[in-house]
Design a protein around this ligand. Structure first.
Ligand code: FDA
Length: 307
């Protein structure tokens, strides 16, 4: 019940100001956000690599309102890539981007987002790594998939995300699986209306398994984005049945969530990538993490009260 309320609050400026200023916020945010700057995230990347984990780095931010902010987002990723070059980790450290941070919702936003993200994908390729386009709310997806297709003409390793809760996703999965794309499948983290998305957890989980099967049986590279133990073991079984080797798919989880499971899957020989978010504009990302698990909200409320 609380999830949709928190998701609505994630788009409110008033709530943003309140939550950002609340005592105790920083301590709770630090569980999910690996640092505020490139300097702070680099040691986290090195630590993950030392443990046999891979990362996908997200400079947090979304729903920007000016072209200058879109250029700043591009520059923040270019700065990150400069630092990754020194680490020389190849695809062990890739990046995830939200096109809304690159200007997608502004006037002429589709072209602006493409023009801004292309240099990032180019620079990533130059250091031997890749970029994955995150999935945001359903109104942005046609543009995201078109940008993905355009980028793949020159950079076929560019990945994208599909969300099991959307009715459209099985068709998207078929298209992407047939053309050999890297695809991350997730349940979906936005507040979506019943006209376009399943609302019940059981329906979303069933859709997730249907989409997983399509991806595992297809030509692409499936990236299983979930912390759900049931879906993880189903993914392992579907990969086995599809005859996929351990390096022909990967698991992905979020920084700060089920860390022991990251290590367990890596120790079993799986590719395990940790989605590692950092930066100062953490509000939207943080609120979605609260919405996913009400216990997080209780912890957050307690940390405010005990200060
Ligand atoms: P579920 O929510 O059922 O959680 C299973 C278990 O995991 C819980 O019981 C709990 O133990 C743990 N858990 C899950 N979330 C937690 C949290 N926030 N705090 C503490 N414990 C938690 N969404 C999207 O719309 N677009 C995107 O691009 C992405 N990208 C993305 C990348 C990666 C690597 C992951 C793992 C997830 C995303 N998501 C996303 C988010 C995704 O849509 C979904 O909201 C979360 O992964 C939660 O769903 P689970 O599959 O983990 O299952």
């Amino acid at each position: 019940m609380l999830g949709p309320v928190i998701l609505a609050a994630s788009r409110s400026d008033r709530m943003r100001r309140f939550v950002s200023a609340a005592p105790g916020t920083k301590q709770v945010v630090a569980r999910f956000i690996a640092g505020e700057s490139v300097d702070q995230v680099v040691p986290v990347v090195q630590d993950s690599a030392a443990k046999g984990l891979e990362v996908t780095l997200d400079v947090v931010g979304e729903d920007i309102t000016t072209r200058e902010q879109a250029y700043a987002a591009r520059d923040a990723y270019l700065e990150l890539i400069g630092r990754l070059k020194e680490l020389d980790l190849g695809t062990q450290a890739e990046m995830s981007v939200k096109l809304s941070m690159f200007g997608q919702a502004l006037d002429g936003g589709h072209e602006l987002a493409l023009a801004n993200v292309r240099p990032v994908v180019e620079a990533a390729a130059a250091i031997g790594t890749t970029v994955t386009l995150d999935a945001e709310d359903h109104t942005t997806l046609d543009s995201m998939f078109a940008i993905h297709e355009e980028l793949r003409k020159d950079f076929p390793g560019t990945g994208c995300v599909i969300q099991a809760y959307l009715f459209r996703t099985e068709a998207d999965a078929r298209r992407l699986a047939a053309n050999g794309s890297r695809v991350r499948i997730v349940k979906g983290a936005y507040k979506e209306p019943a006209e376009v998305a399943y609302q019940q957890k059981s329906e979303i989980d069933k859709a997730y398994v249907r989409v997983l099967r399509i991806l595992m049986e297809g030509e692409g590279y499936p990236m299983i984005g979930s912390h759900d133990p049931r879906l993880i073991s189903i993914a392992q079984e579907l990969a086995r049945r599809a005859g996929r080797k351990l390096d022909e798919y990967e698991f992905q989880m979020l920084y700060g969530i089920r860390g022991e499971e990251h290590l367990r899957l890596a120790a079993e020989g799986h590719r395990m990538r940790v989605y590692t978010a950092y930066g100062t504009d953490w509000y939207g990302y943080f609120m979605r993490r609260l919405a996913e698990k009400p216990a997080n909200l209780r912890f957050f409320a307690r940390s405010m009260l005990t200060r």
